[in-house]
Design a protein around this ligand. Sequence first.
Ligand SMILES: [Zn+2]
Length: 80
Amino acid sequence: MAKCKFCEMFEDIKRIHNQNRREGFSNKYTCALVSETYRGEKFRGRTLYGGMELNYCPECGQAIDWEAKGEDDNGRTESD
Ligand SMILES: [Zn+2]
């Protein structure tokens, strides 16, 4: 089954972060509600609300696969 755009982008981002990770740094992935403001047709800005737990893909609804492609560093600890 083909991955949705979000899942595909997320896999790419995790791979890029893991390839370029500097010692002592890690990434934690969360989700946010994005509000875009327009005046008429003209885009005026974007605001992010949140940093909530990312459990499911917002596009296709599949559970987030933290272990995808052998990558295990998602910034979470065992207690998360
Ligand atoms: Zn998806």
